[in-house]
Design a protein around this ligand. Structure first.
Ligand SMILES: [Zn+2]
Ligand SMILES: [Zn+2]
Length: 159
């Protein structure tokens, strides 16, 4: 997938993210593979939201940063239909902070949990470029971004 759509000029080399209570935190670095609003039914139910801002990074780009052993602060969950994807959440506040996909060897994190304050980070370069799994949307979104029934560029474009 082309990375030319993303502008990294304003991005710091590392961006931090955290759960609501900040017991769990991580950093991501470099270019994301994807940044999109996801309307899939798993994201809807698991996050209690009509759609979420997901950003995918290669495995090597992601690092836990809360104190070791990292697993002490983390619960994991694997859904029946997707055994290759492990979802991580904070044991204290219950907030999902990311998931790892062993098929694609990519981490998914949520844009809203990235730290906008640290170093005056400007996250504009990470903004979503599309709406994905838009066929299961709960609301219509009237913006300029493309709408897909699966992932951007590899599924049928709806709008
Ligand atoms: Zn927490
Ligand atoms: Zn989703």
């Amino acid at each position: 997938m082309s990375s030319a759509r993303y502008c990294f000029a304003g991005l710091p080399p590392r961006i931090s993210g955290a759960c609501f209570c900040r017991s769990v935190s991580y950093t991501v670095t470099g270019r994301p593979v994807l940044s999109a609003y996801c309307h899939c039914t798993r994201c809807q139910v698991m996050n209690g939201s009509a759609f979420i801002w997901t950003i995918h990074f290669p495995a090597a780009a992601f690092t836990w940063r809360h104190p070791e052993p990292h697993d002490d602060a983390l619960d994991t969950y694997v859904t029946d239909g997707k055994p290759w994807k492990t979802r991580y959440r904070c044991k204290r506040c219950g907030c999902c902070v990311g998931s790892y996909n062993t098929k694609t060897e990519q981490w998914s994190v949520w844009g809203v949990q990235l730290d906008k304050q640290e170093g005056g980070a400007n996250l504009d370069g990470l903004k979503p470029t599309a709406h994905i799994f838009y066929d299961t949307r709960l609301v219509d979104v009237n913006d300029q971004l493309s709408k897909w029934d699966g992932y951007e560029g590899t599924s049928t474009r709806i709008l």
